[in-house]
Design a protein around this ligand. Structure first.
Ligand code: COI
Length: 349
């Protein structure tokens, strides 16, 4: 694939000044990647200045939400730049696209896009541990047409944001017993905006009640744990690591998979299984479940200090606990190049 680097993109990069405070996802790199799909084929890609998109008000994405996205990170790695498991994101984006009847972005296009953005933004990758260049690829149907049919035209972008981790510190979770984030047979295992939109009402107002995030239950049975709005859930019980098994309504997190691999490597007992919420709360109350944490690309590993259910609060004994600390450190050591990449996760750009 040919990739055009627009001269204006290079000018934007030269003029970019990195702000002192980053936060997560608020500082945007001054360039972005774009490719277009029309008449059954993808265009070549181009690196262009970051800026507003021009969309027809009747574009399918604005009405029927034909869009999906990804999140992956680029790190300073050795003498260059490293992407963490980008092929997993490419595969998941293809899965999400198929679920919404969109043409999957070919893996080669996805990888070229991620590499192009990461390499041109190399000087924007922050250097403190836990910081990175967060890449946000997204795909959307742009055909102007109000009929409820799949778009015939699509655009694929990769934008980038020099960022800190999404959540710092401990999280207090509210067990959401009323609403669902995804439906049975729906899009829970696809990375689509609608899942996140459906979670917002539950999260709104949580802070005032002393919580940070909702913990979603399975939409089919309403009593087993699925995940958080943008992170997978883990609990440590009697020294063993437990996480909800993939069931069609849980997003298959790249960090989730990495946690499982690192835990097994450490000799920890690992269980992917259904976790009943009432059993979990009882085990937290008795101290058998001593720690819990959530993980995701953006958040890395976030300890959970409390689970709230109705007017009951259940405190975890250890937050952060030793397992979360060990796995977080082991992951960052690989991502930031301090440890050998024994799983072959890093791709040098
Ligand atoms: C990620 O971890 O990459 C996510 O997509 C979570 C989020 C900030 C929506």
């Amino acid at each position: 694939m040919n990739i055009t680097i627009q001269p204006e993109a290079i000018v934007s990069l030269r003029g970019f000044e990195m702000p002192e405070r980053l936060g997560f996802g608020t500082v945007m790199a001054p360039v972005m990647f774009r490719a277009r799909y029309q008449d059954g084929r993808w265009s070549d890609g181009e690196l262009i200045p970051y800026g507003p998109l021009s969309l027809d008000p009747a574009a399918k994405v604005l009405h029927y939400a034909q869009s999906c996205f990804e999140g992956l990170k680029a790190y300073r790695y050795g003498d260059g730049v490293g992407l963490f498991r980008p092929e997993r994101n490419a595969a998941r984006m293809a899965h999400s696209a198929r679920r919404l009847c969109m043409p999957p972005v070919p893996e080669s296009l996805f990888m070229d896009a991620a590499r192009t953005v990461a390499s041109h933004c190399a000087t924007l990758i922050p250097g403190n541990s836990g910081e990175s260049l967060y890449l946000r690829p997204f795909l959307m149907g742009t055909q102007p047409d109000l009929s409820v049919t799949a778009s015939k035209a699509y655009e694929f972008y990769v934008i980038a944001s020099p960022s800190e981790a999404y959540h710092a510190g401990n999280m207090r979770l509210w067990v959401e017993r009323e609403d669902s984030r995804a439906a049975v047979g729906g899009t829970g295992d696809a990375k689509v905006g609608g899942n996140y939109a459906a979670s917002l009402l539950s999260i709104a107002g949580l802070k005032e009640r002393g919580y940070d995030q909702s913990l979603w239950l399975n939409p089919g049975n309403r009593h087993t744990v699925d995940e958080l709005s943008g992170m997978n859930f883990f609990a440590v019980m009697d020294g063993a690591l437990h996480t909800p098994a993939l069931n069609g309504s849980i997003l298959e997190g790249v960090t989730r998979d990495s946690m499982l691999a690192l835990a097994r490597e450490q000799g920890l007992e690992v269980h992917e299984r259904e976790i009943d919420i009432d059993d979990l709360l009882a085990l937290v109350a008795s101290g058998t479940c001593s720690e819990a944490f959530a993980c995701g690309t953006a958040a890395i590993v976030s300890p959970i200090s409390e689970l709230g259910d109705g007017d009951q609060r259940y405190r975890l004994q250890q937050a952060p606990g030793p397992v979360a600390e060990l796995l977080r450190r082991s992951l960052l050591d690989i991502q930031e190049g301090r440890a050998e990449d024994r799983f072959g996760w890093m791709q040098k750009v």
